[in-house]
Design a protein around this ligand. Structure first.
Ligand SMILES: NC(=O)c1ccc[n+]([C@@H]2O[C@H](COP(=O)([O-])OP(=O)(O)OC[C@H]3O[C@@H](n4cnc5c(N)ncnc54)[C@H](OP(=O)(O)O)[C@@H]3O)[C@@H](O)[C@H]2O)c1
Length: 189
């Protein structure tokens, strides 16, 4: 803090749910209570890890930053976190090979044409409209503009439902079973 010449941090993240993160989280809680940090975030926590963390600590993290794409939409995680009051923040939202065909899909292209946007803007808009905060870090100036230029249109229900269908549900199967098990275990403690 001294090196950065600041009196406080707006947001401090626990990057991964590994190691002695409970100790780290409680230290962050102390710093929060002392006013040195304004909010606590976590990153790469699955549903069960998130539930366990909030169950055994006082402060609900403001955000969980994790990879979210149209192929991995994390619908269950969104539900769980909305319920507790944590924002789901997606990184690498454009995905890799598994997501690329979506940007060439005829219907997605026609939605993009309709709103005068790129197919990647349509993907981002879908996530934002689903209450997912999106963080990007483009080098290209045009991409920076594109990524900010999402708020002058609204996807309709049918378009949202089409984009929703790209989710590969098997991504969610394992964490989902894990989540149900952890949830019921915590409820019975
Ligand atoms: N918590 C974690 O574990 C974790 C992991 C990964 C990333 N992050 C954080 O997440 C933030 C975003 O990083 P990211 O890698 O996800 O950034 P990103 O902006 O999604 O960049 C990934 C690629 O997408 C391209 N791109 C960006 N906007 C585009 C657009 N509108 N159209 C077409 N291509 C576009 C970029 O191109 P150009 O670069 O050529 O412009 C880059 O090649 C960073 O702050 C990073 O530190 C966190």
């Amino acid at each position: 803090m001294r090196k950065l010449q600041t009196d406080y941090f707006d947001l401090v993240f626990i990057h991964w749910p590994y190691g002695n993160t409970y100790h780290a989280y409680r230290e962050l809680e102390k710093m929060y209570e002392e006013g040195f940090i304004k909010s606590i975030g976590i990153s790469n926590y699955q549903e069960s890890q998130y539930l366990d963390l909030v169950h055994f600590n006082k402060i609900i993290p403001v955000v969980n930053q994790i990879k979210v794409t149209l192929r991995c939409q994390r619908k269950q995680m969104l539900e769980v976190m909305n319920e507790k009051g944590t924002v789901l923040q997606g990184y690498q939202v454009f995905g890799k090979e598994e997501t690329l065909p979506i940007y060439e899909d005829d219907k997605v292209k026609s939605i993009a044409l309709k709103y005068n946007k790129t197919t990647r803007q349509i993907a981002m808009k879908y996530l934002v409209q689903n209450r997912i905060s999106v963080i990007t870090r483009p080098m290209e100036k045009q991409y920076m503009k594109d990524n900010l230029n999402l708020f002058d249109f609204q996807l309709n229900e049918e378009e949202m439902s089409y984009l929703s269908s790209f989710d590969l549900l098997e991504y969610n199967t394992k964490p989902s079973q894990d989540y149900q098990r952890t949830k019921s275990m915590l409820e019975n403690m």
